[in-house]
Write a protein that binds this ligand. Sequence first.
Ligand code: K1U
Ligand code: ZN
Length: 177
Amino acid sequence: MALLTILRYPDARLHKIAKPVTTFDDRLKKLVADMAETMYDAHGVGLAATQVDVHEQLILIDESDTRDQLRVLINPEIVWASEERSVYDEGCLSVPGIYDGVERPARVRVKAFDADGKVQTIEAEGLLAVCVQHEMDHLKGKVFVEYLSPLKRNRIKAKMQKEEREMKKERDPEMAR
Ligand code: K1U
Ligand code: ZN
């Protein structure tokens, strides 16, 4: 297994549209294993392939307290969403340290394949419903900060760009001179 690099907002690759998975082979299983290691290492509840620069419709979620209930959703589709909506303070491994309220349908029914190509239907509410919708947005090239006001989004972008410059300087002190 291997730890993968998580793209950080405002990296343009986070806005690419993911393509459907067509082959359920060992390459896909290795990608799932590497993404799971990366998600658990980063203490995330979810991870979309887009975030590790793989533009295929694959998301992982583990919302359990025990961190041993991995869900693998391939080519996920929302087949039903409740009219009732709820607001949740979302976070994102691609926008570390930023949390803000996003309103979405409170419950969703999702159809997806697992890593063996078997169809599954998931009835999601609470954190699972939030996370499924957040990760599916990643596959469409959308980051949760795009739900926030332009003022908030621009502040977040500036903060992330400043952090990126500081991290670059730490990696290459020559840049600081
Ligand atoms: O980067 C990601 O897409 C993963 C993201 C999933 C998510 C969690 C909660 C709300 C929306 C999306 C995270 O794992 S964020 C970090 C986190 O561990 C967390 C944040 C808020 C609540 C619970 C967990
Ligand atoms: Zn995210």
